[in-house]
Design a binder for this molecule. Structure first.
Ligand code: AMP
Length: 453
């Protein structure tokens, strides 16, 4: 919690008078810009998610970035990484302790309660595309601000929901050309977990001396988290540790078996992973992650997607009626990285195929109108309005790799014409400016334009 440690680093002074050259402004560590050249990949991921959401009738929801901090401190668990060390928490000017959203599910449950969504036909299916903030140690694929797309289904306990969500997430990545494996486990209910935790704690107590300081802390505060420890000693010990599936009550076992049956039905392969627990307290029954295939290494970096069932969350938050629920979320940054690694990332789309070169003031004025005509016809054209010389404008056109350049100079403005230059052959023709849009449309669609020019 940042208000506890108000160590304010000195701000770098920026000089606008140009006399003293200061260091360039810096991004905060773990934050990044997503530049235009990356957008095609981001769009591909978003389009895929939107397509899935439409196909399975999920309604999109927007949620505020800032909420009361206790929304998460009370629900994720006191001894989780997010609450213990990763939240951006501060006191706002009205003396309220607020936090930048570290994850979406608690806000979804809050919105379900606030809007009385139990009055709607159940289940309520929501999806979001929102930034998340976690003050984690930045590394490849791990940022302090990242963008999550999430799908949540509230109001139904049926295991078919869990299976359908796993199916949606799996197909979403597969359709993006990413090879994935589904890691699956059940952590039962808090009650059935209790008996297991007693066993697990007893087992690790006998091996306490071999544990790292961090894992000793986990043993004391949140022993379930020992299951996803990264410490090699603990991983070795886990091989002989009691397994949670052996301790599930009948209902939890049945729920899990059904999920597996449904996944078999739709031929979604999965790996039963007894060490998968997910970090947050609100999970019950099914938990799952989707990993990029071939990356068995550091899980925190490879997990493309995480999700599970959270049957008690709405109730714990004070919902009028319980609303069993299940959901998943994935980071766009990691999906984009996986797509790039798989060689399935799309090229920049919507590249203009025409460049507009204008010479002189009159041409600029007419050019504004011509641009509007192309926009109305949904034909994309590029320009380099800062350049005056024809040579430099044509160089810019070359760099963009357009098929045609339109050249409008003083003479053409007076004649009511425009030059069309084929960038590959260098051939030029003069065309009536009033016919330029339909003519270029034809040229771009590969049609013959002889009769009109
Ligand atoms: P989690 O809520 O931690 O399970 O995160 C869900 C998904 O969000 C993960 O599977 C990642 O794809 C993504 N994610 C989580 N934390 C980060 C982060 N710090 N930077 C980038 N992506 C993240």
């Amino acid at each position: 919690m940042f208000n506890k440690k108000p160590v304010v680093k000195e701000e770098k002074k920026l000089s606008l008078d140009g006399k003293k050259k200061k260091a360039p402004p810096e991004l905060l560590r773990g934050f990044r810009d997503v530049l235009p050249e990356e957008q095609a990949k981001w769009d591909a991921v978003r389009d895929q998610a939107r397509g899935m959401a439409d196909a399975y009738s999920f309604g999109r929801i927007e949620l505020p970035v800032l909420e009361r901090a206790d929304l998460w401190t009370r629900t994720l668990g006191k001894h989780t990484d997010v609450v213990e060390k990763e939240m951006y928490t501060f006191i706002d000017p009205s003396e309220t302790q607020v936090a930048l959203r570290p994850e979406g599910t608690a806000s979804i449950a809050r919105a379900y309660i606030n809007h009385g969504m139990w009055n709607l036909p159940q289940p309520v299916k929501l999806w979001y595309d929102l930034p998340m903030f976690r003050h984690d140690r930045p590394q490849a694929g791990r940022y302090r601000q990242h963008q999550q797309i999430g799908f949540e289904v509230l109001g139904v306990q049926d295991p078919v929901v869990d299976a359908q969500l796993i199916l949606i997430a799996t197909r979403l990545f597969q359709d993006l050309g990413i090879k994935v494996s589904v890691q699956l486990n059940s952590i039962g209910t808090p009650e059935s977990r209790q008996a297991y935790l007693t066993q697990l704690t007893a087992y690790f107590r006998t091996h306490r001396a071999k544990l790292s300081e961090e894992d000793k802390h986990r043993l004391q505060k949140n022993p379930l988290r020992l299951l996803d420890s990264k410490d090699p000693q603990t991983i070795e010990l886990l091989a002989a540790a009691p397994q949670i599936l052996d301790w599930l009550d009948e209902d939890s076992k049945n729920h899990f078996m059904k999920v597996i049956e449904y996944l078999d039905e739709v031929q979604v392969p999965y790996v039963l992973n007894p060490h998968l627990v997910r970090g947050l307290d609100y999970y019950t029954h099914t938990v799952f992650e989707i990993w990029q295939e071939g990356d068995a290494g550091d899980r925190a970096q490879n997990s493309l997607c995480g999700g599970g069932r959270y049957d008690r969350l709405v109730e714990v938050m004070g919902g009028e009626r319980p609303a069993p629920a299940c959901g998943f979320a994935f980071g766009i940054e990691r999906a984009v990285r996986a797509m790039t690694e798989s060689g399935s990332a799309p090229e920049l789309r919507n590249r203009p195929k025409i460049f507009f070169a204008q010479l002189g003031d009159a041409a600029r004025r007419v050019g504004l109108r011509v641009f509007e005509e192309f926009r109305k016809a949904h034909v994309l054209i590029a320009e380099a309005s800062g350049k005056n010389a024809l040579k430099s404008q044509l160089e810019a056109a070359n760099k963009l790799g357009v098929a045609y350049a339109l050249i409008l100079g003083q003479k053409e403005v007076l004649d009511g014409t425009i030059l069309v230059r084929d960038m590959e052959s260098g051939a030029q023709e003069t065309v009536d400016i009033l016919k330029i849009v339909p003519m270029m449309e034809k040229k771009l669609s590969g049609g013959s334009v002889e009769a009109e020019s």
